[in-house]
Design a protein around this ligand. Sequence first.
Ligand code: COA
Length: 210
Amino acid sequence: MSKDAFIVLGGGGHARVVIHCLQALGYRVSGYTAPRDLGVQRGIPYLGDDRGLRRGVEVTNISMALGIGKVTIQSPRLHLMDTLRAEGFHFPPIVSARAVVHDDVVLGAGSVVFDGAVVVTGTRMGLACIVNTSATVDHDCELGDDVHVAPGATLSGGVRVGKRSLIGTGARIIQGVSIACDCLVAAGATVVRDLDRPGTYMGTPARRVA
Ligand SMILES: CC(C)(COP(=O)(O)OP(=O)(O)OC[C@H]1O[C@@H](n2cnc3c(N)ncnc32)[C@H](O)[C@@H]1OP(=O)(O)O)[C@@H](O)C(=O)NCCC(=O)NCCS
């Protein structure tokens, strides 16, 4: 990752965490974009919405970071990233200086690993994934695009998570389980067998509730 400046897409709480990660890594953050001005965030100014961004920015001198969080299955983050990548913008993966990520882990464009998270050998993750604060992703896991492993959640070894799924805060997934695309695993749930259908799964052991 070059030490070029970043622009962060989004100005809420998730964006502030991304900005903090970048600042701690020594990157300059030129500004953030959002549908409306949320004021200066961690010393970073508002640049307008992303339409203004496309008119005003030289794509080769700037890196982009997704600062849009994900608390539901549907979210605009992957579509926005795809659109901007097609226009030439690049989204390097970002790993907090306080995370542990083994050297053979593969991170897709736009993916982030936050403070205290641990991602270990053999794991591969797609585009725009979030491994949030103090989450752990053990060996040989596979995460599809736009998967969010929320704070404190634990994926044991060899877990597969389909695109857009959200593993809620503090959820635990035992080894070798496959989770379909578009699943929401509730906060605190324990997944002990494959989740074959999209839906919301809750409890210990996790059962489909919607
Ligand atoms: C599972 C979840 C999607 C349910 O949300 P919801 O549909 O809005 O449900 P409600 O809050 O209306 O709660 C419905 C019932 O489920 C219970 N419930 C909600 N979340 C629960 C959970 N995680 N585990 C167990 N029970 C839960 C509620 O207490 C309520 O029970 P009641 O009817 O007996 O009062 C949500 O609570 C959740 O866990 N989301 C994940 C959040 C997360 O991890 N975000 C990460 C942010 S970084």
